[in-house]
Design a protein around this ligand. Structure first.
Ligand SMILES: *[C@@H]1O[C@H](CO)[C@@H](O)[C@H](O)[C@H]1NC(C)=O
Ligand SMILES: *[C@@H]1O[C@H](CO)[C@@H](O)[C@H](O)[C@H]1NC(C)=O
Length: 255
């Protein structure tokens, strides 16, 4: 938690409000120095600065984003549907401050170390392995997750994720050159191996794709909710003040 320091402007404001003309019982109980007034609700109350502290210390400040990890492979129809219908629209509504997405493009692939590099075998063939590495390289080359996810969503939502890669990178202002170079280099090979390690480390091990975890946890219930209404699942899990997009969700009311 961040150390609490009240800047002098706020301090003046607070003193101005509780200073003169309020010799009430509560203010007499305010035995704390102004520097700690907003550090605790009871203290704020005794010093009559509750409202000021709310503004100053919004409850969302310390809530971490909800972690949603997707273990998938580039050509699996269910994965493409989940990205297009759930993950991408939910992320657009909530943003990186509320949902922290981890993409792991590997899925049901297998790997073997041959002649000093990894050889991948993919469920939907060679093109799927190519798509996995391209998306892994996009995550590596892009300067931020937003750029990477825009590119990857564009690929997964297109009729052919692999041949659309170049155009999708362009549209997200991500040069395709470095992505393509990465995908055929030993760096790309090692990065895709890392995706394999992350996938093989799942506990419980994945049985199918897409495989979804919520804050690192996979259960059948989480999987079903994520695939039917990810927005509600993330909104209900988020510990901070729900963002506007959470109250606008129409299909599920929080219990
Ligand atoms: C997002 O998730 C990643 C991977 O789990 C983690 O390393 C990172 O710290 C998280 N970021 C935030 C802001 O919580
Ligand atoms: C490994 O590389 C050597 C030399 O290039 C080659 O002769 C051999 O067939 C390769 N092995 C496999 C399994 O690809």
């Amino acid at each position: 938690m961040a150390k609490f320091v009240i800047p002098s402007t706020i301090l003046c404001l607070l003193i101005g409000i509780v200073g003169p003309g309020l010799p009430t019982v509560e203010s007499l109980q305010c035995v704390h120095p102004p520097s700690v007034w907003c550090s605790d609700k009871a203290i704020a109350k005794s010093c009559q600065v509750e409202k000021q502290c709310e503004k100053w210390n919004p409850p969302t400040a310390q809530a971490p984003p909800v972690g949603v990890a997707l273990y998938y492979e580039s050509l699996c129809p269910g994965c493409r549907e989940f990205i297009a219908d759930q993950l991408y629209p939910t992320w657009q509504k909530l943003g990186n401050d509320v949902i922290n997405i981890t993409l792991v493009p590997y899925g049901n692939a297998k790997e073997q170390f041959v002649n000093n590099s990894w050889e991948f075998t993919c469920q939907h063939g060679v093109q799927e392995c190519r798509g996995n590495i391209l998306e892994t390289c996009i995550l590596y080359v892009a300067k931020d997750f937003t750029t990477a996810f825009e590119s990857i969503h564009c690929m997964e939502a297109s009729t052919d994720p692999v041949t659309s890669a170049s155009q999708c990178c362009d549209e997200a202002s991500l040069g395709f050159g470095p992505v393509s170079d990465c995908s055929t280099s030993s760096t790309g090979n090692k990065l895709e191996h890392q995706m394999g390690l992350l996938t093989e480390a799942l506990d419980p091990p994945h049985k199918y794709t897409p495989w979804i975890t919520l804050n690192g946890v996979h259960t059948d219930t989480i999987q079903e909710k994520a695939q039917s209404d990810l927005l509600s699942l993330v909104c209900d899990t988020y510990q901070g003040t729900p963002p506007g997009a959470c109250s606008n969700k129409h299909d599920v009311c929080p219990k």
